[in-house]
Each structure stands twice: as C-alpha cells, then as structure tokens.
Design a protein around this ligand. Structure first.
Ligand SMILES: [Cu+2]
Length: 104
C-alpha cells in the first residue's frame, strides 16, 4: 500500500510538469489583466509589468503564499500554483489591484 502511494506521488510529481500551463497576467493601468483566472495545480503565472512604475504582487493564501517583492517596470515574475485553493492576489503598492484565482 505504501509503495503504491509513493509511486502515485512520484508519478504525479514527474508527470504534472508535462501538463502544466503558463498563464500570462499583465499589470497595466494599476490593474491585473485579466482580473480573474482559472488554473490547475502545477501551472505557473507569469506576472508581467507593463506599467512605467513598480508593482508588488502577493497573496496571503496559506497554501499558495508568495510575495514577488518590488517588481520593476518591464520585469516578469513567475509564480507556481502549489495547491488547490481559491484565492486573491493583491499588489502591496496599489490596494485597488485584485486578481481572483480559481484552482480547479
Ligand atoms: Cu501595483
């Protein structure tokens, strides 16, 4: 039983990246574009910054916690979806910015 479980975990860790998708989100005009996204565990979010000033994306979600730190204009930040949990991403500099993430 333990062997099957380990094999299953190993298989999902090894195979998951093959099916992982990258979703591009722009930060433009103090908005996340799009403002809502559906993703799967293992997918990555590429957060672009097309504004001429910095952003700092983060979430407080316990399972997917991250903080990109100060992200300069033109820089990309990559975030990997770690767990099934619906959460919001905010910008530490612009409180009005919000991105709804649904993990299917
Ligand atoms: Cu911002």
């Amino acid at each position: 039983m333990k062997k099957i479980l380990i094999t299953t975990i190993l298989a999902s860790v090894l195979i998951a990246p093959l099916f992982a998708a990258e979703h591009t989100i722009d930060q433009l005009g103090r908005k996340f574009i799009p403002s809502a996204i559906k993703v799967k565990v293992g997918d990555t979010l590429r957060l672009k910054n097309s504004d001429p000033f910095a952003h700092n994306a983060y979430t407080d979600d316990m399972l997917n916690e991250f903080d990109t730190g100060m992200q300069s204009s033109g820089q990309d930040a990559i975030v990997t979806i770690k767990a099934k949990s619906n959460f919001d991403i905010y910008c530490a500099i612009h409180p009005e910015m919000q991105l709804k993430v649904t993990v299917e």
